[in-house]
Design a protein around this ligand. Sequence first.
Ligand code: NAP
Length: 302
Amino acid sequence: MSAKIISGTEVASQIREELKQEVTALKEKQGVVPGLVTILVGHNPASVSYVTAKQKTAHELGFHSIQDDQPEDISEENLLKLIDKYNNDPKIHGILVQLPLPKHIDEKKVLNAIDPDKDVDGFHPVNVGRLMIGGKEAKFLPCTPAGIQELIVRSGFETAGAEVVVVGRSNIVGKPIANIMLQKGKGANSTVTIVHTGTKDLEAHCKRADILIVAAGVPGLVKPEWIKPGACVIDVGVNRVGEKKSEKTGKMVPILKGDVDFDAAKEIAGAITPVPGGVGPMTITMLMKNTVKSAKLAAGLA
Ligand code: NAP
């Protein structure tokens, strides 16, 4: 039987609709407007498109949103001063510095200067620690892993007691999603294994997984026969494997593939995310969710 396709596009649009209603109610009943600033240094075309997409969504949800463009040659000192300004701005609840930064700026120093209570990306060491502690301590979950958890929960898969295998141990996907799934609580409480290039028998671990989360960045790494029949497969990988002509615009566009052979895997899995249209659309949505939470926390409403 063919697997249920978990559409990140649909789930993201559902969450955005919920957020829109929440933002309207916050404004009307509490006079609270979530505020998000995105800081862009220079004109890297990919960064410009990411920041534009974030601002567009923030605007659609009714946020107070600011796009702060800074020149490529801004000094580290001035960038730190700018972050300090937004740290102290009560109208701003989320600060996002678009990466990568120019080489003369220490990225780590800049990200660590963001007030952890406005770190809606969830990468500040304080928030990484809060996630480890779990429960109410975990204020802002990093956006891609938080999106993965939402996809699993909303697809109706039981996470409590499930064997979750995470392929990849990066700080932005593998480690945080493993931490999220092992917490004691709703949508988690799983038995988690992380596998990586040092793992002896990748196949054996994958075959045990009730929920298999693959974030390696290697196209087709997970073979269909490694999937347990009926498992939930979340394919985080986004790999450019070529180019094709877009039917809509006639322009050349990248062909994207995940880390799992989707066509074969969907005949074995119980549910699976496609690439594109799976995890990808969730990331910006979870950034917005974190910003709303930050605004509520600042107002003593959460
Ligand atoms: P990363 O930093 O390169 O980490 C990849 C991880 O996979 C590493 O831990 C690596 O192990 C492991 N790995 C690589 N090849 C492996 C193999 N053959 N066997 C076992 N483990 C292997 O990548 P990332 O930033 O986590 O991203 C992973 C993928 O997700 C990429 O395709 C990226 O584009 C995609 N992604 C998508 C979104 C989104 O959709 N919103 C967001 C973030 C990332 P070692 O640690 O041992 O090297």
